[in-house]
Design a protein around this ligand. Structure first.
Ligand SMILES: Cc1cc2nc3c(=O)[nH]c(=O)nc-3n(C[C@H](O)[C@H](O)[C@H](O)COP(=O)(O)OP(=O)(O)OC[C@H]3O[C@@H](n4cnc5c(N)ncnc54)[C@H](O)[C@@H]3O)c2cc1C
Length: 342
């Protein structure tokens, strides 16, 4: 369709295989970008330049409730390289179209650590900074040094350092201003001998079950993968986007009041208050395993909404809103969705 090099531009593109909820929607235009330097040229094309715009990765953190009537970018640029290595740590650059777990495995194979607790998170490298991906006691922001991106507002390629990315729990400047920056690559500082993070619930127990008493970063990665495979429904088998709601962060006083009324409520420390378990709140409202048509709440994990086959994005979103309303009524807590709702 297009004569641009490093880009494929297609009209009326199906997205069924491009979102892990497996909802059936289309994009008016889909541009697959293999070469990031082509970005300005594609954005300037007359037939697409005034359309709504968005970037899609693997679609593991989005819920489409209708067709996307605009230009969608999918970054498919690949490559991982070590930019510098002083023997103790290395600066690693990975392009946006790389698979996130592929980067974790690659780094472990090089003897580099820091990403092991983030093993098996679905999605692309380019999407990882958007919500500062986190799991098992670690967050991307702990190792990330630089984000390379095309700034659509300034009309130029930029390098943002960690401070400029404004990272916090499931948050960044990229999430606050969606589609302003098209992330093209990230650079991370990975160490050869960093202390391992074993304190998150279940990690030590899993290592013990693996008969590992002196774990390496590879062992931690393996333990995290085993835990995740057991706890979370696999999107290759049943459509889902992982946790549908963020764990709510409340003031310490409110957490204490809730704990007094509900002694079993799990409460965790957070930099700006206390973090509550959204899964627990949802389960207490009786939603775990609930199904209406093909839209359902996983029976493995109350925080995960699933598509048993033919649910539309609208049906999944309507179920999510009912869950949110019931948690607000019972506990006075407002849940915020984690995926981007389109
Ligand atoms: C089973 C399962 C488990 C999960 N577990 C976790 C977890 O433990 N921790 C966690 O943090 N997340 C988790 N997630 C959510 C998801 O995997 C991450 O948010 C991931 O980073 C999304 O990557 P993606 O490529 O699929 O992005 P998409 O879902 O395609 O996009 C997500 C957002 O990023 C934007 N975006 C994507 N690529 C770019 C780019 N190159 N430039 C600019 N914007 C871009 C999109 O516009 C959108 O706003 C899970 C999801 C699933 C399905």
């Amino acid at each position: 369709m297009s004569k641009l090099t490093g880009v494929s531009l297609s009209p009326n593109a199906p997205l069924d295989r491009r979102n892990t909820f497996r909802v059936s929607v289309r994009a008016a235009w889909l541009a697959e970008i293999r070469d990031a330097t082509a970005i300005p040229e594609v954005l300037a094309l007359t037939r697409v330049k005034n359309l709504p715009f968005m970037v899609l990765g693997e679609g593991s953190n989005v819920l489409f409730t209708r067709d996307f009537d605009g230009l969608m970018f999918a970054m498919t640029n690949r490559g991982i390289e070590i930019l510098e290595d002083d023997g103790r740590s290395a600066r690693v650059r990975a392009q946006a179209g790389e698979d996130w777990h592929g980067l974790v495995r690659w780094s472990l194979a090089q003897g580099l650590c820091g990403l092991e607790n983030l093993s098996l998170i679905p999605g692309t490298v380019g999407a990882a900074p958007i919500q500062n991906i986190g799991a098992y006691g670690a967050e991307l922001s702990e190792t990330l040094e630089t984000v390379e991106a095309y700034d659509r507002e300034a009309g130029k390629f930029m390098r943002l350092n960690r401070e400029q990315c404004g990272f916090s729990y499931r948050q960044s400047v990229f999430k606050q201003q969606p589609d302003r920056w098209i992330i093209t690559a990230i650079e991370s500082r990975l160490r050869r001998n960093a202390p391992l993070k074993l304190d998150y619930a279940g990690v030590r127990e899993e290592l013990a079950a693996m008969n590992v008493s002196a774990p390496t970063a590879k062992d931690v990665s393996k333990a995290v993968c085993r835990l995740r495979r057991r706890k979370l429904p696999d999107p290759a088998v049943i459509g889902n986007a992982g946790s549908f709601f963020k764990n709510p962060v409340v003031l310490s006083g409110q957490a204490d009041e809730l704990r007094a009324a509900h002694p079993d409520l799990p409460i965790f420390k957070a930099p700006d208050g206390k973090k509550l378990s959204a899964a627990w709140l949802i389960e207490q409202c009786g939603w775990k395993g609930f199904r209406e048509g093909d839209a359902a709440v996983s029976d493995k994990h109350a925080l995960v909404l699933v598509n048993h086959g033919r649910a539309t994005g609208g049906q999944i979103w309507s179920l999510a809103q009912r869950i949110r309303d019931s948690v607000r009524e019972k506990f006075g807590i407002r849940l915020e969705p984690e995926p981007r709702i389109l």
